[in-house]
Design a protein around this ligand. Structure first.
Ligand code: ADP
Length: 282
């Protein structure tokens, strides 16, 4: 940029054209990086599927031990690719603002509790189950318990329930995924007159300080190999962020490496008064 200086020596203005160009360049660079990320993310599972199919074609199909194993890997990888494509489509709809928001007033205490009950149910059915393809039951043999700390008062907020359920499911799934066996997950619901805040704390690995600002970025994973092995796409938190922001809310994380993480979601909230009025001041 350049300074506009008067004859008197006073500076009377700044020209900031370069700022816009930099912004544009930044967007272009981000788009290029995104396309490159998508290509790489899809190339890895595709290459691995191809090599398993090659091995099967070369004779492994006749091996009663290897064949089912190889087929199962190709199935898992294809499932993950489909999940990734679906998540990318969801992200693209959110980006373009074409994701339709189906807003309704819900009792957040009940809504959050309903979601947590589903996770409680999973613990109970875990031992009996053998359905590996059910995405709602991804936590084989992991024991965990959920503690609730909810504000007593009923909090009514306007939500797209399907989308917000995906966000909470994702954070809960991560909390379980990155928790030690037997870990406690604490779910809190709080209110501060302008916002409702949901938080989910785990006693897991935590997130290194250097990664903390990046985990909401598309495809960012602290440990790529580990996430991939667990069927992760690295898109869950990026989608969560878009969804929460589409509700005019915020999402953030507080974490200490080795001591666990707490994810927070805050949503705008107005106190419900006298059964029929909204009071913005209170
Ligand atoms: P993924 O599919 O890898 O789980 P996410 O977008 O949901 O993708 O999360 C991005 C990354 O953030 C994860 O790969 C992991 O490194 C980190 N992460 C998310 N939740 C937690 C958590 N509760 N504890 C530790 N690390 C987490």
């Amino acid at each position: 940029f350049s300074l506009i200086q008067r004859e008197t020596g006073f500076i009377s203005g700044l020209v900031c054209v370069l700022h816009d160009i930099t912004e544009q360049e930044k967007n272009d660079a981000e788009r290029r990086e995104f396309v490159s990320n998508v290509s790489h993310e899809l190339r890895t599972p595709l290459t691995s599927v191809r090599s398993y199919i090659e091995a099967l074609t070369d004779g492994a199909w006749q091996d009663p031990k290897l064949a089912p194993q190889f087929l199962s890997v190709t199935q898992e990888e294809t499932d993950r690719m489909i999940r990734m494509i679906n998540e990318l489509l969801a992200l693209s709809r959110l980006d373009q603002g074409t994701a339709k928001m189906e807003l309704e007033f819900v009792n957040l205490n009940e809504f959050f509790n309903y979601i947590l009950n589903r996770f409680d149910m999973m613990i109970k059915t875990e031992n009996e189950r053998n359905d590996k393809n059910n995405p709602m039951l991804p936590h084989e043999d992991k024991r965990y318990s959920i503690k609730r700390e909810f504000v007593k008062q009923d909090l009514w907020v306007e939500l797209d329930t399907d989308k917000m359920m995906q966000v909470i499911d994702n954070i809960m799934n991560n909390a379980i995924k990155y928790s030690p066996d037997g870990g406690v997950i604490t779910a809190r619901l709080m209110e501060n007159h302008q916002n409702v805040v949901i938080s989910i704390s785990d006693q897991g690995l935590g997130i290194p300080r250097k990664d903390i600002n990046k985990i909401f970025d598309r495809f960012y994973r602290v440990d790529k190999a580990r996430s991939r092995k667990q069927g992760g796409t690295g898109l869950g938190l990026a989608i969560s962020k878009e969804v929460v922001e589409a509700h005019h809310g915020h999402i953030w994380v507080d974490s200490a490496e080795g001591r666990g993480s707490t994810f927070y979601i805050s949503l705008p909230y107005q106190t419900y008064e006298n059964g029929d009025e909204w009071d913005a001041e209170d």
